[in-house]
Design a protein around this ligand. Structure first.
Ligand SMILES: C[S@@+](CC[C@H](N)C(=O)[O-])C[C@H]1O[C@@H](n2cnc3c(N)ncnc32)[C@H](O)[C@@H]1O
Length: 421
């Protein structure tokens, strides 16, 4: 293994920090050395300085992203720390449903959850399994769980929903395995019933929050801010505050605190757990916007694998401009593709490593599961829909195009504007 010099450590640490916020101490040279050595071999660079120089010269941002990705710590497991899931089950979700029931007397109750920095998806699926277990019958709810992470590889695995025996043995009670997973060789795959509640996207938390599709009722942001410096933590939780419903809840990691970091939030404890809510905005505060959601046309079931992607009910985000990193850190921010593109992955076919081209805005969208249906089936399906006088359901179009979401939002905005007039 090549050894890394102090200068190389300094340069590469700054590059990683500027792009991802990941803060590497000066004495973490060994970490860079171990994690980046495979990249040296892969690309045949003779030194870390060469790797750095190439990354700076590579306008596509691919190499920088490879470096950042190699430096991420993706440790996660099912029902990590258990308390947040107990909180969800016994306090956060029941309270939310009580309040939402009054507003959504007819129609489905939207529940939007975001797992920011979801790694390989165990957190997302733990949330989904908890909700399914709580509700039994989901027909009264419109559940949407978004998982985002900066690293391609983990988002690909999360989207595919496949776990090896070691991952399954970490935190997942046996009855969940039996109920929600199918065995595939020696691995296990999450069932469509659970998978269909989730969407996964690449997203850099250091960039402005764009394309989140609305506010969230519950946000999990656990074990990622620990890698950021103080000012990045402050900015991160400011941005999170703007995408949380007024009565929504934020859950952070067991060893983390918001003290001195997020004045927008106040903590609440319940039994042994702590969650955070926006200061002064609790149950009594009306939702930011409470749209009455148009009924979605239901398409005939399309047999695709994994389950159909979900188009969420959405609450618009406050129009206030999102914060970005300080201009002083602009140098490596020509690494724009990652934040600009936030690719939505709705199918395991798209779950393979994403090439940078797939992250560019000009690139055709990732195939939607419906596009994986033999074209004959798809044609007859679309024909059946149009002869029934229905527009193809949004679940038949690539979600990443955003057209459905946009028009849905437009409709909501117009509706809200009208009712306000
Ligand atoms: C330790 S894992 C936490 C996973 C999960 N939230 C949990 O608590 O089990 C941290 C994750 O944060 C992601 N990450 C690091 N920097 C990020 C950034 N700037 N934006 C988005 N995700 C980031 C990493 O890729 C990694 O998967």
């Amino acid at each position: 293994m090549k050894s890394i010099s102090a200068e190389e450590t300094q340069f590469i640490s700054k590059l990683v920090f500027d792009v991802s916020g990941l803060h590497l101490d000066k004495d973490k040279g060994y970490l860079l050395e171990t994690r980046l050595s495979p990249l040296l071999s892969l690309h045949g660079y003779p030194s870390f300085m060469q790797l750095y120089a190439q990354a700076k010269a590579d306008k596509s941002g691919k190499l920088v992203h490879e470096i950042v990705e190699a430096m991420t710590t993706n440790e996660t497991f099912f029902f990590r720390d258990t308390t947040p899931f107990d909180l969800m089950r016994n306090k956060i979700i029941p309270d939310l449903i009580d309040r939402r029931k009054k507003v959504f007397q007819s129609g489905k109750i939207p529940i939007r959850v975001w797992s920011a920095a979801c790694s390989t998806g165990q957190e997302v699926y733990s949330i989904a399994m908890t909700l399914i277990e709580m509700f039994g019958d989901l027909s009264r709810y419109d559940i949407y769980i978004l998982g985002t992470d900066i690293a391609n590889k983990v988002i690909a695995q999360a989207s595919y929903g496949k776990y090896n025996q070691f991952e399954m043995d970490r935190g997942l009670p046996l009855h969940y395995r039996k109920r929600f997973f199918s065995q595939v060789g020696t691995d296990w795959r999450i069932r469509d019933e659970v998978r269909s509640l989730a969407q996964f996207k690449l997203m850099n938390l250091m960039k402005p929050f764009a394309d989140l599709g609305g506010k969230f009722d519950l946000i999990f942001c656990r074990n990622v801010a620990i890698y950021f410096n103080q000012s990045d933590k402050v900015r991160l939780f400011q941005k999170i505050a703007r995408v949380l419903q007024p009565d929504g809840a934020l859950v952070i990691g067991g060893s983390e605190t918001l003290t001195g970091i997020a004045p927008d939030f106040e903590s609440r404890s319940y039994l042994k757990g702590i969650f955070h809510q926006l200061r002064g905005q609790t149950a009594a505060t009306p939702l930011h916007v409470m749209p009455s959601l148009p009924t979605r046309p239901t398409a005939p079931p399309v047999k695709v694998n994994p389950a159909k992607p979900h188009v969420p009910a959405s609450y618009p985000v406050s129009p206030k401009a999102p914060e970005s990193r300080p201009v002083g850190l602009s140098e490596p921010r020509d690494y724009a593709p990652l934040a600009k593109t936030e690719t939505t992955i709705t199918s395991h076919s798209a779950g393979a490593e994403l090439e940078p081209a797939a992250r560019k805005e000009t690139t055709p969208p990732i195939p939607h599961p419906a596009q994986l249906v033999p074209s004959k089936t798809k044609t007859s399906l679309l024909a059946a829909l149009s002869s029934a006088g229905k527009r193809p359901s949004s679940s038949l179009r690539p979600v990443s195009q955003g057209s459905t979401k946009t028009s849905l939002l437009e409709q909501l905005k117009r509706k809200n504007k009208k009712s306000n007039e």
